[in-house]
Write a protein that binds this ligand. Structure first.
Ligand SMILES: [Zn+2]
Ligand SMILES: [Zn+2]
Length: 400
């Protein structure tokens, strides 16, 4: 192992506490919830991220194919150092390691590395112990999971490579979670797992990758997560049934599902794709036109608890869902302002909460929005998800 001279903040490594990222809560919309964590609007300040380069082409083709000379390609070719957490299904460095290395990785399918521009502090270089006592700072681990081969979008990746990406992600998350729990002596961690695909969706590098942020301090989560985490308990109470789970109900066959607040969820009409383990539907109440929602058919609360069969089938579901969304967006009118760029959000239970939440994956394309929608968790849509699903289903018949 070679320890390269680390620039302040790179890979989340800080020499000076004053430089560490921190967060502020909006006092007018923050509470302390039943799990004793703060919930509210959070702004995280990470000055080092302002200096990260954006590696994109400037041409505006419909689907951009970027050159294979980005930083991730260079890591894979052994030209740039990285802190490597996992290679396919084998564990490498610990989540809090300071060992970076250059290695040729072309024999693997997918790897997890520490995010060079990680938005939280991971390690204090000179005195690693001190970091546990820094209460008002953002601490944890920022990971990047990437395919060794260069692709721009999920739709173009062979399903077997997506599977390897998900497997290496599961391994890196599992190990990081247990290492952070031990290091910070806590059972509660906040985990954010997502893909940014395309420049407008926030990707600074075109080379397809997903990310995991795991926070080890008490930053809790925002109102959006609180919604997902609180609703299972509300449903159980309303239905007077401790075993009730709405996502389990709608994952069962094609039966009519009325949700606990009385809406017919039109599951059959919204279905786009399904396989043994996963159901892909257009969102009943979409945040952007074309939004897809993917449910595991068997109840599971977190990504790390997916078994191998669920991972294999998820790879297929993700590829078909992304192809269906590509096809739908190609056919929309310019007045809808829908872009091919998109975010994929893994909505799951917080570590140590046991909220009863059923994991959900949302695929949300970028679409121009206005003040009303920024003001509230509210959206004006132009198409019914049932009609969007019909277009997507038809398009997949031609794709297959
Ligand atoms: Zn690349
Ligand atoms: Zn469930």
């Amino acid at each position: 192992m070679v320890n390269y001279l680390v620039e302040e903040g790179h890979w989340g490594i800080y020499k000076n506490i004053e430089n560490m990222p921190l967060e502020r809560f909006d006092s007018f919309r923050t509470i302390i919830n039943e799990f004793s964590t703060k919930v509210g609007h959070i702004t995280q300040f990470s000055p080092v991220r302002g200096k990260r380069p954006f590696e994109h082409n400037n041409d505006k083709e419909e689907i951009i194919h970027s050159p294979r000379d980005d930083s991730f390609c260079k890591v894979v070719e052994g030209k740039l150092p990285a802190v490597i957490i996992s290679k396919d299904t084998s564990k490498e460095e610990d989540a809090l390691s300071i060992n970076s290395s250059k290695a040729i990785l072309s024999e693997f399918n997918a790897i997890s590395i520490v995010n060079l521009f990680t938005p939280m502090a991971r390690v204090l270089y000179d005195n690693v112990q001190q970091i546990t006592s820094v209460r008002d700072k953002s601490v944890g681990v920022g990971l990047v999971h990437l395919l060794v081969n260069h692709y721009d979008t999920l739709s173009e990746v062979p399903i077997s490579e997506v599977e390897q990406l998900l497997l290496t992600t599961r391994l890196a998350q599992k190990n990081s979670i247990s290492e952070l729990k031990a290091k910070y002596d806590t059972d509660k961690l906040t985990i954010l797992h997502f893909f940014n695909i395309g420049e407008e969706a926030g990707a600074s590098i075109c080379h397809l990758h997903s990310q995991t942020y795991i926070y080890a301090n008490e930053i809790g989560h925002g109102w959006t997560s609180l919604g997902f985490l609180s609703v299972p308990g509300f449903h159980k109470k309303l239905k007077n049934n401790l075993n009730y789970c709405l996502a389990c109900e709608l994952s069962k066959a094609d039966k009519k599902v009325i949700d606990p607040i009385g809406q017919d969820l039109l599951v059959k009409e919204r279905k786009v794709f399904e396989n043994g383990e996963w159901l892909v539907v257009t969102a009943f109440s979409p945040e952007r036109d074309g939004q897809l929602r993917i449910f595991p058919k068997r109840h599971v609360s977190q990504f790390i608890y997916l078994d191998d069969k669920q991972i294999t089938d998820l790879a297929e579901a993700l590829v078909y869902a992304n192809k269906a969304l590509d096809n739908f967006i190609k056919g929309t009118s310019p007045s809808m302002h829908l872009l091919q760029d998109r975010n994929i959000l893994f909505r799951q239970d917080n570590i140590g909460y046991d909220s009863g939440m059923h994991m959900i994956i949302d695929i949300i394309p970028i679409q121009r929005i206005g003040g009303a929608e920024i003001m509230e968790t509210y959206r004006i849509a132009t198409m019914f998800p049932e009609d969007v699903a019909e277009i997507m289903r038809e398009s997949l018949k031609e794709t297959k």
